[in-house]
Design a protein. Structure first.
Length: 116
C-alpha cells in the first residue's frame, strides 16, 4: 500500500493568493495610516509646518507674521570673507564690517601688533 504524502510547498495558485492577500492588507494599512497622518498634520502644526518648501506653511507664516519679511542686503566680513545680513553685521567705528565679535577682535589684535 502506498501512503499519500502532501507536497511540502503549496501550489502556485495558493502561493499567489497569499501574496495578493498580503499586498491588499498592506495597501489598506498604508491608506489608513496616511489618512490619520493627514488629519494630525491639519490639526496641530509640527516640525513640517516650518518647512520653507511647503506653500501652505509659507502662507500660514505670512498671515501670522503680518507683513512679509523684507529682504536684507548681505555684506562681506573684511576679516574672513563671510557674507552676513546687514542687520547682524558688526562694525569697528570705521567702514569695516565684521561677521562676529571674534573677527572684529582678530583684526583689532593684528592691527595693534602691526603698529608696534
Amino acid at each position: 500500500m502506498v501512503a499519500y504524502t502532501r507536497p511540502l510547498r503549496p501550489s502556485g495558485k495558493v502561493m499567489m493568493q497569499r501574496i495578493l492577500l498580503v499586498v491588499v492588507v498592506l495597501l489598506i494599512v498604508w491608506r489608513i495610516l496616511a489618512s490619520i497622518g493627514r488629519r494630525l498634520s491639519e490639526k496641530a502644526p509640527g516640525a513640517d509646518s516650518f518647512s520653507r518648501f511647503s506653500p501652505e506653511a509659507r502662507r500660514r507664516r505670512q498671515q501670522a507674521g503680518g507683513e512679509a519679511r523684507r529682504m536684507e542686503e548681505l555684506v562681506e566680513c573684511c576679516a574672513c570673507g563671510t557674507f552676513v545680513p546687514s542687520g547682524r553685521a558688526l562694525t569697528d567705528g570705521s567702514s569695516r564690517i565684521f561677521c562676529s565679535e571674534d573677527c572684529r577682535h582678530r583684526v583689532a589684535v593684528s592691527s595693534e601688533h602691526g603698529r608696534d
